[in-house]
Write a protein that binds this ligand. Structure first.
Ligand SMILES: NC(=O)c1ccc[n+]([C@@H]2O[C@H](COP(=O)([O-])OP(=O)(O)OC[C@H]3O[C@@H](n4cnc5c(N)ncnc54)[C@H](OP(=O)(O)O)[C@@H]3O)[C@@H](O)[C@H]2O)c1
Length: 77
């Protein structure tokens, strides 16, 4: 069941732990992911894993303690 087909899900903390696991679950259900966290390498690895199951993901390296970084995530993508 592709419950999230056509939906965009933005996850902060996507590079590890709960955020990473949720990213895969949303991708499995058809969502397009926006993956945010500081570690670009780990986000790119997750994007590759999502694409390997036919999903779509956009990597946006983000530090949520930095207002300019958050503006970039929300307003520029
Ligand atoms: N695991 C549990 O059982 C559990 C239970 C209850 C509550 N929680 C809470 O749920 C949250 C996530 O837990 P977790 O176990 O998944 O932790 P985790 O494995 O340490 O993952 C934390 C995530 O947050 C990101 N992050 C940290 N600082 C950031 C920043 N300044 N800007 C952007 N991203 C940032 C990290 O990525 P980067 O380092 O790449 O930025 C990573 O993706 C925590 O607040 C934890 O206290 C966890």
């Amino acid at each position: 069941m592709n419950k999230f087909e056509g939906k965009v899900v933005l996850l902060t903390g996507a590079s590890e732990g709960i955020g990473r696991a949720l990213s895969m679950k949303f991708a499995e259900q058809g969502a397009k992911l926006v993956l945010a966290a500081r570690n670009k390498t780990r986000l790119q690895e997750l994007k590759t894993e999502i694409e390997s199951i036919g999903g779509k993901a956009l990597v946006v390296p983000t530090d949520i303690t930095d207002i300019e970084s958050c503006k970039n995530l929300i307003l520029d993508h």
